[in-house]
Design a protein around this ligand. Structure first.
Ligand code: SAH
Length: 213
């Protein structure tokens, strides 16, 4: 089967598994996952599972990404912060669903590889940073102090304050909480000074590492 057909089949599978959001499904129908995985896993490019990438990390399971994207309820005008660029696959999906994406990855080789793929795909609304994402976006450009949406792709022992501080009023953040797998997928909504926290089941992510930058 061609990648194009496999991609459509994955979208149908996500739909069957309960993903309803049209824009989320359209993003999955558009972004070629085969560009973000290692050559030896090509036959699994569109199976609904996580796969190893370089540096002992993983490209997330499509269904897990879909659940998180759906929970974010992304809109065209949103500024998004992503912690854990990894392969860049989720970054590319986010770039379809929001105005722009600021993506932080602590492993240089992964970030550089992801930057190369997104550039070759002509994706222009993503800003990359190599470093520790615990404190959020500490970069001169773009000079965003807060984000409408924040998505964390690694398991954090607790909800990082540096990240909730950068969540805009009315903003939504999703993050796996718990250092060891399984973590609890946690959603945080900021209402003024208040954080509304809800739990959404178990999930399995690589740990979020604090470099103490
Ligand atoms: N969504 C990505 C997931 C990659 S795995 C994908 O599908 O490819 C999670 C990534 O988070 C890893 O690449 C890991 O290096 C990165 N990471 C872990 N802790 C981090 C931190 N404190 N700051 C930035 N990136 C971090």
């Amino acid at each position: 089967m061609r990648f194009e057909d496999l991609r459509q089949r994955l979208v149908a599978e996500l739909c069957l598994l309960g993903i309803n959001s049209e824009p989320v499904l359209a993003a999955f129908a558009k972004i070629p996952r085969e560009l973000y995985i290692l050559p030896q896993y090509m036959e699994y490019a569109y199976s609904n599972q996580p796969l190893p990438i370089d540096a002992g990390q993983t490209i997330s399971q499509p269904m897990m990404i879909a659940i998180m994207l759906e929970q974010l309820a992304l809109e065209d005008q949103h500024h998004v912060l992503e912690i854990g660029t990894g392969s860049g696959y989720q970054t590319a999906l986010l770039s379809e669903l929001a105005k722009d994406v600021c993506s932080i990855e602590r492993i240089e080789s992964l970030s550089l590889k992801a930057q190369k793929v997104l550039k070759s795909e002509n994706i222009k609304n993503v800003y990359f940073r190599i470093g520790d994402g615990y404190q959020g976006w500490q970069k001169a450009y773009p000079p965003y102090k807060s984000f409408d949406r924040i998505i964390v792709s690694a398991g954090a022992p607790a909800i990082p304050k540096g990240l909730t501080n950068q969540l805009a009023d009315g903003g939504i953040m999703v993050i796996p909480v718990g250092y060891h797998s399984p973590q609890i997928l946690t959603k945080i909504i900021r209402k003024g000074d208040e954080l509304l926290i809800s739990k959404h089941g178990a999930c399995a992510f690589v740990p979020m590492i604090e470099d103490g930058e």
